[in-house]
Ligand binder design. Structure first.
Ligand code: ATR
Length: 280
């Protein structure tokens, strides 16, 4: 890793970027582990993503995160992609190597399963079918994370069936696409339901999904974290089901990125979570 005396630098590239909670997360850890440095919000317009990423080594950045709309565009810019970024089709973390080359990684799926485990320690990926709602980039990351965790059956439901089919084809026999109309019937033997769409977010209507058919042992998860308690999670809790909000995924995806850049795998502390919650 880097010398102790070095001023550590990383950041998050997005457009817009002001809403990002990543600076709060990484600057909390820099302080907590006694490291000198800063993690900056970087407003990068799409046409300049290549120039911005290629400038990282000259600026002595250890790397950066990528958020909307840069995650897919970065695939063609970095020098190397790890297996997960390739499979997900998106980069959320760039690491600057000693020789100045850029490696693209994706820790969103890791963040999802790590957050599930932290919130529901009894959860097992092979406990039963997982139902994933949505088929965008977030859904691909969640599916990759579930497969890595040992999921044996993943059912993807998307308003537009074709996108679910395309997603399923890329992941092999563990993942199958299903018709939107069949989503509620498919809950009857499910162990986990995940919303990866923007439905339920502030300003959006609730996800159109009744949980009545779910077994009492099932876990309900939402990657939306604004609001923390989406209508889907409120409905789950009203039924007495375990519910996991999206803030844990945001915090846990940041941990391996921080480790790659700065050499310490940081902790997702209750204090960090409370600090972010106070901004929501
Ligand atoms: P991301 O990459 O962040 O996941 P995305 O690619 O825009 O975002 O995907 C958004 C997801 O929300 C999609 O699965 C989308 O369904 P479509 O593929 O049919 O567009 C889903 N979504 C958006 N609005 C929806 C709605 N009103 N009802 C159900 N699903 C919706």
């Amino acid at each position: 890793m880097h010398g102790q005396d070095r001023f550590l630098l990383a950041g998050v590239m997005g457009w817009p970027i002001s809403h990002s909670r990543s600076p709060m997360i990484h600057n909390y850890w820099l302080a907590r582990y006694g490291l000198t440095g800063v993690y900056a919000p970087l407003a990068i317009e799409p046409a300049r993503l290549g120039a911005a990423l290629r400038a990282l080594p000259a600026l002595n950045f250890s790397g950066c995160n990528l958020t909307i709309p840069h995650k897919e565009a970065a695939l063609a810019i970095v020098d190397e992609l790890d297996a997960t970024a390739t499979r997900v089709g998106a980069v959320n973390c760039v690491v600057v190597e000693e020789d100045g080359s850029l490696v693209g990684r994706n820790y969103d799926g890791f963040g999802f399963t790590a957050a599930l485990r932290a919130a529901a320690p009894m959860w097992r990926a092979d406990a039963g079918p997982a139902v994933v709602v949505g088929a965008g980039g977030a859904a691909r990351a969640v599916v990759a994370g579930l497969i890595d965790a040992g999921a044996t059956e993943i059912r993807v439901f998307n308003r537009t069936l074709e996108r679910a089919e395309t997603l399923a084809q890329g992941f092999g026999p563990t993942v199958a696409a299903h018709r939107w109309e069949e989503r509620e019937a498919a809950l009857a033997d499910a162990a986990l339901v995940v919303n990866t769409t923007s439905q339920g977010m502030i300003g959006q209507p609730p996800l159109d999904l009744r949980l009545d058919a779910l077994p009492a042992t099932a876990l309900v998860s939402d990657i939306v974290y604004a609001p923390l308690e989406t209508p889907l999670l409120a409905a789950a809790r009203a039924r007495g089901l375990a519910a996991v909000d999206g803030l844990g995924m945001l915090i846990h995806q940041a941990r391996p990125a921080f480790r790659d850049w700065f050499g310490i795998m940081p902790e997702a502390t209750p204090e960090l979570r409370a600090r972010i919650e106070a901004t929501l």
